[in-house]
Write a protein that binds this ligand. Structure first.
Ligand code: ADP
Ligand code: ASP
Ligand code: MG
Length: 604
């Protein structure tokens, strides 16, 4: 018998009418012969209201009591939903996270799921009843109520779907599905019919609020087909699923654009350039449980290095503490920070196999006069830090620049929907490795690192002292792209970047070694026009990558990776991070030993 999980978000159960509509959907699925588990969020703005109640009492409520309070929103919803289902003539039982047995760790307000008992849900389903599960909550070893973080009901839904091996997890929400960007920013945002787990994981982690990013980690790890659908109509929405890698070249260059409105940039300036700098930074950030958003290290000069990273503005104070501690430990340097910044990211698996995607993105931003304060690229994403007052223009420019409002044409990854068994058979070699690791996890949300890769055929080019104004990166990378050269890793750092432009930036990127000389000629031709620019290169560079799932949001991965490289005495030239890969550029002579030490550190 097939099993379906249906999750209803806050708006979709906000009043009696909508709640009844949701109940009717669940009952219809049940009558159609499916076993049905319904996951419900708190109604409407309930969770925000509860947060306000706490704020009326104190500025610093205990995290445990916040969880006790916030979990009541979902408890109200499940009881009402069970009544609504009963009123539609089906049998239902509501359950809290504790009653189901959603066992989490004890990190209140951000708890991670360890395991989930299926016994009570199975018994209820087998008795022909619908299970109504409270989203967003669990219980720790000491029976404290925990919550999974804002937006966490999505994660409850995909986690239940994973342990119950559901045929589909349906996420009902207030938009038509996953769109090419947030429709509140760009009205012409278009519905995506199908998207790969990796793209959705990056988009969610980079700010696309439609799904909690940890829910996509579950979906990817446990191969849960997820469908994001509108609660208000019958349309099919978006299927999040395995998309074969060999179809990348036919994919759109960019699938979606995401925005994090409130970012701060923290800079460590004038720190000693020696192995261990990044290890120290990541260790201190992990101590504060902070995942870094973008992180950039400039290639050292005069024995000094410069590291910049961004975090959401709400984490500014902890990040400054972490940065100060790192500087103190390194023995030299200063901390500065830049505010009123936003992060705009473009995500698309098509960029794996096409040149010029970054150049085109920078061009569209340059054309509307948006200055790039920082750049960081990874396999399937490009992020730029822009002045906050221009952030919506930037999202719109990138969206329009890649024609994302246009209907997908045949063959661009729309695809036919495959039965579940086939979807599971569609795994690439990398995904097979991943499944192996997932099968052995002690705790459901543990880090998954499936592979460490070495690419020893790269060179690095660094351009220092470039004018920090709109259009500069565009000119540079357009020239390189016109030469048909694949640029792999790009980092740009604006040393005194607090927004507002001015000053100078420095930019590093890697190209295949065979293309180095051609790339240098192209770069010189452009950069010579700017005056005072200094170009340097390292012909022999290696890229080391740790590949897995949820790497950026698990603070421990960076700590372990950079700690291991520091112990091995390996100096890092460049770095980029994403949910599916963290890569560093190191000297070619350190490639093989770095590969070995990382493989040992992650036990792969
Ligand atoms: P729910 O309460 O159902 O969980 P959320 O408010 O958490 O709903 O998520 C839905 C909202 O996410 C939409 O109203 C939309 O404004 C926003 N959003 C941001 N990025 C996207 C995107 N790429 N596609 C669809 N919606 C998006
Ligand atoms: N009610 C919680 C929140 O508002 C969880 C959720 O809706 O997903 O964050
Ligand atoms: Mg949500």
């Amino acid at each position: 018998m097939s099993l379906i999980v249906q999750k209803f978000g806050g708006t979709s159960v906000a009043d009696a009418g909508r709640l009844r509509g949701a109940a009717r959907r669940a009952v219809a699925a049940h009558r159609a012969g499916h076993q049905v588990v319904v996951v419900v969020s708190a109604r409407g703005k309930k969770t925000d209201e509860l947060v306000s109640l706490a704020e009326e009492i104190t500025d610093s409520p205990s995290a445990r009591e916040m969880d006790m309070l916030l979990s009541t929103g979902e408890q109200e919803s499940v009881a009402l939903m069970a009544m609504a289902v009963a009123a539609e003539g089906a049998e239902a039982i509501s359950m809290t996270g504790a009653q189901i047995g959603i066992h989490t760790d004890s990190s209140h307000t951000q708890a991670r799921i360890i395991d989930i008992s299926t016994r009570r849900m199975r018994e209820t389903l087998q008795a022909g009843r619908i299970v109504i599960a409270a989203g967003f909550q669990g219980i720790d070893d000491d029976r404290n109520i925990t919550t999974l973080g804002r937006g966490g009901s999505d994660t409850t839904a995909t986690a239940l779907a994973a342990v119950l091996q559901a045929d589909e997890c349906q996420i009902f929400t207030d938009v038509d599905g996953v769109l090419s960007t947030d429709p509140r920013i760009v009205e012409s945002a278009r519905l995506l019919r199908r998207i790969s787990y990796d793209e959705m994981l990056e988009l969610a982690s980079l700010g696309a609020g439609v799904m909690h990013s940890r829910s996509i980690e579950f979906a990817k790890k446990y191969r849960v087909p997820v469908r994001v659908r509108p609660a208000a109509s019958e349309s099919d929405g978006t299927l999040i699923t395995v998309v074969p890698e060999d179809s990348d070249s036919g994919a759109r260059l960019i699938t979606g654009v995401a925005l994090v409105r409130d970012e701060v940039r923290i800079g460590l300036v004038g720190v000693p350039d020696r192995p261990g700098v990044m290890g120290e930074v990541f260790r201190r950030l992990a101590e504060e449980s902070l995942p870094v958003d973008m992180i950039v290290q400039n290639v050292g000069q005069h024995g000094l290095a410069e590291v910049s990273f961004t975090v959401p503005e709400q984490n500014r104070d902890e990040a400054l503490v972490a940065a100060a501690a790192a500087v103190a430990d390194l023995g030299d340097g200063e901390v500065d920070h830049g505010q009123n910044l936003s992060k705009v990211s473009a995500v698309g698996r098509g960029m794996r196999s096409h040149t010029g995607v970054a150049a085109h993105m920078f061009q569209t931003l340059g054309d509307v006069g948006v200055n790039l304060n920082m750049i960081s690229t990874s396999e399937i994403k490009i992020s730029v830090l822009v002045d906050r007052e221009r952030c919506e223009d930037a999202v719109a420019a990138v969206h329009n620049g890649f024609d994302l409002h246009e209907e997908e044409t045949e063959g661009l990854g729309v695809g036919v929907e495959l039965p579940v068994a086939d979807r599971r058979a569609e795994l690439s070699e990398r995904e097979e490795l991943e499944q192996d690791v997932v099968d052995r996890l002690a705790s459901m949300e543990d880090i998954v690192v499936s592979e460490v890769q070495l690419d020893d055929e790269q060179s690095r080019i660094t351009v220092r002292g470039i004018p920090n104004t709109a259009g500069v990166a565009a000119a540079l990378f357009s020239a390189v792209a016109e030469g048909g050269i694949m640029v792999d890793m790009i980092v740009q750092n604006d040393s005194r970047g607090g927004g507002g432009g001015g000053g100078h930036a420095s930019l590093s990127f890697t190209v295949p070694r065979r293309d180095l000389d051609a790339a240098l000629l192209l770069v010189r031709a452009v950069a010579d026009g700017w005056g005072g620019v200094e170009i340097s290169f390292d012909r022999d560079v290696a890229l080391l990558s740790v590949v897995g799932i949820g790497l950026r949001s698990h603070t421990g991965v960076g700590e372990r990776m950079f700690g291991a490289l520091a112990v091995a005495g390996i100096n890092i030239q460049m770095i980029n991070t994403s949910e599916i890969r963290i890569s560093v550029a190191v000297g070619l002579e350190d490639g093989a030993s770095g590969h070995k030490c990382l493989a040992e550190a992650f036990g792969v």
